[in-house]
Design a protein around this ligand. Structure first.
Ligand code: MUC
Ligand code: MG
Length: 373
């Protein structure tokens, strides 16, 4: 068989409405911008990937526009003409020529895996060594900014059996008001739900020491990234003192970050995100570091659409332990789809397709309608 080559790589910016504003410490999302990757190969197979972030440059070092520009100008030319079946060689070539850019690389790695899975007739999870579960329990984020609305939203999710784990985005408001908001929600939901918070780095250590104690004492199960990713020693101290476990999210911007966090004892849970590691294979390297260090795992999201969500899910179903479950609800925050069959959420779980590749096809008409002109 003659070699299969990568013929073209396209990065497409897509703007989609959200079901409601989504309020995070550093940004309020009024919509979501996806970067869809389309990788065409000489055997006619097309691989899909996604390189999505949150709030322009509010979350990380890459914005949708910079991701597209860097793929168009630097990364795609390195891939075109290369062997489409050798994902190790393709990703090594990108890593040699381009520092960082893990969001862009994640979409490209996902697209290569999707194409290879379609070629071999295997789901991406099987290319990654094989799944040990078919479904993933999915948390929902309460982030309307209003306590009563959040409680009503959580109760509805419990009733329709879609979510029983809730993450509350705090840190934008005054700390005592935030604590009251969280405790009111936990009291309303009681033992029917796991309630966690994500501070998105908004506190300093002096505030976090007191707040983490109050949250832990009031039944909050997990505290995500309470202080700046830069304050490593503060995070180590918080991890030793907080009654609720500390999860690292923004602190992990690469697989190497995961290693040094583990070595320093700076978190007892890692939020795994394909975008922050450079793809579904790269995120599994971070998972292996965590497993070796006795750090628990959580399947995180950058609020990707269906493509990025399933690229994450195919990696997460291969994991031995996923103690804190996942938050792969991105498609449910959007009012519109650009794939022909949306991922299936049922009985608190996301069901991961067993069809070849990621298990998705683009809806060309909807993509044409929503892509940025
Ligand atoms: C984050 O910081 O974890 C994940 C869920 C959500 O609502 O926001 C994201 C980002
Ligand atoms: Mg987070």
């Amino acid at each position: 068989m003659s070699q299969v080559l990568i013929e073209s790589v396209e990065a497409i910016i897509v703007d989609l409405p959200t079901i409601r504003p989504h309020k995070l410490a550093m940004h309020t999302m009024q919509n979501q911008t996806l970067v869809v990757i389309r990788l065409r190969c000489s055997d006619g197979i097309e691989g899909l990937g996604e390189s999505t972030t949150i709030g322009g440059l509010a979350y990380g070092n890459e914005s949708p526009e910079s991701i597209k520009q860097n793929i168009d100008s630097h990364l795609a030319p390195l891939l075109v003409g290369q062997d489409a079946c050798n994902i190790n060689a393709a990703m090594l070539r990108l890593d040699k020529a381009a520092k960082g850019n893990t969001f862009a690389k994640s979409g490209l790695e996902s697209a290569l895996l999707d194409a290879q899975g379609k070629r071999l007739g295997l789901p991406v999870s099987e290319l990654l060594g094989g799944r040990v579960r078919d479904g993933l329990e999915v948390a929902w984020t309460l982030a309307s900014g209003d306590t009563a609305k959040d409680i009503a939203e959580a109760e509805h999710m419990l009733e329709i059996r879609r979510h029983r784990i809730f993450k509350l985005k705090i840190g934008a408001g005054e700390v005592n008001r935030d604590l009251k908001h969280v405790i009111a929600i936990k009291q309303a939901l009681g033992d029917n739900a796991s309630v966690r918070v994500d501070v998105n780095q908004a506190w300093d250590e002096s505030v976090a020491l007191r707040a983490c104690r109050i949250l832990g004492d009031n039944g909050i199960d997990l505290i995500e990234q309470p202080i700046s990713r830069i304050n490593r020693s503060g995070q180590v101290r918080l991890n030793q003192r907080s009654p609720a476990p500390i999860m690292a999210d923004e602190s992990i911007e690469s697989v190497e970050d995961a290693f040094s966090l583990a070595a320093d004892g700076a978190a007892s849970i890692f939020a795994l995100k394909i975008a922050k590691n450079g793809g579904p294979r790269a995120v599994l390297r971070t998972a292996q570091i965590a497993e070796a260090a006795g750090i628990a795992l959580y399947g995180g999201t950058m609020l990707e659409g269906s493509i990025g969500t399933l690229a994450s899910a195919h990696a997460f179903v291969t994991l031995k332990q996923l103690t804190w479950h996942t938050e792969l609800f991105g498609p449910l925050l959007l009012t519109e789809e650009i794939v022909s069959e949306a991922p299936v959420y049922r009985d608190f779980q996301l069901h991961v397709p067993r069809t070849p590749g990621l298990g998705l096809a683009l809806d060309e008409e909807r993509l044409a309608f929503f892509r940025r002109k």
